[in-house]
Structures are given as C-alpha cells and as structure tokens.
Design a protein around this ligand. Sequence first.
Ligand SMILES: C[S@@+](CC[C@H](N)C(=O)[O-])C[C@H]1O[C@@H](n2cnc3c(N)ncnc32)[C@H](O)[C@@H]1O
Ligand code: SF4
Length: 408
Amino acid sequence: MSTPSPDLPIHPEQPSPHGHATPAPLPLSPPPLSLYVHMPWCVRKCPYCDFNSHEGKGALPFDAYVDALLADLDHDLPLASGRTVHSVFFGGGTPSLFRPEHVDRFLQGASARLRFAPGCEITLETNPGTAEHGRFEGYRDAGVNRLSFGIQSFDDGCLQRLGRIHDSGEARAAVRMAQDAGLSNLNLDLMYALPGQSLAMALDDLEQAFALEPAHISHYQLTLEPNTVFAARPPAGIPDDDDSWDMQEHCQQRLAARGYAQYEVSAYARPGRQCAHNLNYWRYGDYLGIGAGAHGKLTLGFDQAILRRWKLKHPTAWMAAAGSAQAIGGDDRIDADRRPFEFMLNALRLAEGFDLALFEARTGLPRDAIAAALARAQALGWLAVDGDHVQPTELGRRFNNDVVSLFL
Ligand SMILES: C[S@@+](CC[C@H](N)C(=O)[O-])C[C@H]1O[C@@H](n2cnc3c(N)ncnc32)[C@H](O)[C@@H]1O
Ligand code: SF4
C-alpha cells in the first residue's frame, strides 16, 4: 500500500463564485499512455453484439484502412508528443481478418511515430473462425505478443444459437495453432447466461477452457444490448437473474480454484498475466484511440485538461476523413465536477481498489473532493478505507453501479 505522494502540495479550499467551497486543483501530470486501434469488420454480425462492427461485404479495403490508421495517428500525435506507449490493443470488429502484413505495416509506422516501451504488450482480438495456417506466426513476427480469442462457449448448440461462425473444434484448433506459433499469452473470452445454458454447461465451458491453459479468461454475462437482434427478439431460454447469479458465483469459485484470480468484474488471470492495456483503462490512464469509432482519453499537461476524443463511427466516412479534423466525431473536456465519477466508474471495477494518491494524480483533485461520498460508501459497507487505500467490499462489488453513482 503506498502513502500519499510527498510532492503533492496542500491547497486550502477556495470559495467558488457560487458561494460554496470548491477544492483547489492539483497539478495534472500525464499517466501511462496506451494505443487502441479499431478494426471494424466481421465475417458476420453476431445477433447479441453492439460493438462498432460491420459485416464485411466483398473485398475489404485493408491496405487503404492501414493508410487511414496511420494518417489518423499522425493527426492525433500532437496530443501525445514525447510520450511512450505502454500497450497496444487491436480491437474490433475482428482484427484477425487483417493479414499479418497489414498489422506489420501499421506497427512499423506507429513505432516510427511513437516510442514503444520495452516489452510493450501488443494484443490482437481474434475470431477463431478466421484462423488459418501461418497467420499466427505472421502476427508474432509483426510484434503481436498477446491474442484475445472470442470463444464464447465450447458447446456447439450454444455457439449456433449465438450465430457464431465457428464450432468448438475450430475454436480449440485455433488456440492450439497460436500456441504452436509460440504465442503463450492468450486470453479466452467466454460468455455465460446463454440461451439454453444450465449451470453444469457453464461450468463445463470453463473446464474446456482450462484444458487449453490460457493465461487469462474474460467471463462476461450475456447482456441484451439495445439495437441488437437479440434485444428486438430475445431468444428463448435465457437464464433468469437468480440462475445467472448462481452461475456467476459457481464460475468465480471454479476459476479461483484453478488459479485464475479475479482482478476485475469480468477478468481473471494467472499470476502476473493481467491485461496491462485494460488495467491502464481501469486506473484512469491515457489512451489514443484511432480507427473508425475509436475513443481516446488524454491528459494534456500544457493546459491542465483531460480530453476525450472519439472518431466518426462508420468505416467509410471515417476512412474518407482520416488524417483531418473531419474524422473527429467529438471532443469533450472533462471538467473537475465529472472526474470523480469517471475515475470511480473505472477504478471500482478493480478488485484491488486504488490509492487516494492515484485519485489525486489522475484527476487533479484533492481527496477532500470525494471525502463525503467515501464516508457514505463506507457507512453502507460498500467500500473499505485503510489509510490511503480504498477497496470495494464484496457487497460493494455486487452493487457496483450504486457505489459509483455516489460519486456523480
Ligand atoms: C470484439 S469481441 C471479440 C473478438 C471477435 N470479434 C469475436 O467475437 O470473436 C469482444 C467480446 O465481447 C463479448 N461480448 C460481445 N457482446 C456481448 C454481449 N452482448 N454480452 C456480453 N458479452 C459480449 C464477447 O465475449 C466478445 O468476444
Ligand atoms: S465477431 Fe465479435 S465483434 Fe464481430 S459481431 Fe461477433 S462479437 Fe461482435
């Protein structure tokens, strides 16, 4: 547990123009920087998915998309000048539709523009239905050192009901192909509370995942997202809330027993194998977001601001504008009033919680700004505060949304 930074000056509270006391700001210094790269196409749109993903029709313009990514990066570069990138994440959509030479060209271009930290984690999301011989060696040679597989389930009936393009045998074969290529830092995405799924089936999915010995498992409850086929026509046999809760509890226990420690709401890892990229989000770190619909968050030391920037969502519109200000969907400066909520929305997802010194460094606000809300959460048994350290209790993890809303 760390103590408050001795460098942080103590600021007296200053009266605001509205009469009530506003905590004076602390210096904002840029946190670690990550790079998110969005790749928007999929073979087929899954009926539950609300990601910015589009069914690829005909020949896809992969080369032009990589050109546009580099142009987009060039345009955002002044926001991150002189900073080091600590992780890269190719997310989708289905990044594994891009061939290794595309990924290689992008990474070469990005590392010519930005300094990459030694050992920088570089993750690529992979749909098992796109695996083919030689592809993983190519990604590895391009610099990718972590793959995240969208497995969802090992039950062929469940996979069919989810509209997936692969069966369980293809999923297993894809993971083994990656391991044979020497890629050992693998995440498997699984979903539970699926249509027609029992507790025994959810536990069996975990057993099948353990057999592949991944470093990391993401375990998501299926949610019916607005504007998806499943939201419009919910499939039969979705487990009710009690059954879903039961599944979550039993699966958490099974994951822990097999050495996968839960470090975030849906993330479980073997020791030392947490996802550095996602940890940076949850610790309210910075990230450049490039590609169609990508979101970024940047701390601007020179004008003491936190900027959120997102790009045009549709791939064709974004590609046509990439490299210019027209590719920006919006910019939003996060003023001091909104920072506590944003910080908590992320940091309270972490089982380990956070240090108040981190809150101060990331938000530029003194801890007094959240003292009342912290005391309330403590009184309700939702947060435990020990000196500088704040951690959600078991109850607080269960009622995460309520806890976070105290900081609105
Ligand atoms: C961008 S996808 C992963 C890579 C690739 N597109 C694939 O599906 O194979 C990210 C993950 O989010 C999860 N996911 C997507 N929609 C979800 C939903 N409605 N409820 C819960 N999890 C969801 C899935 O586990 C999925 O693998
Ligand atoms: S393959 Fe992945 S990103 Fe594409 S539609 Fe399915 S879940 Fe969404």
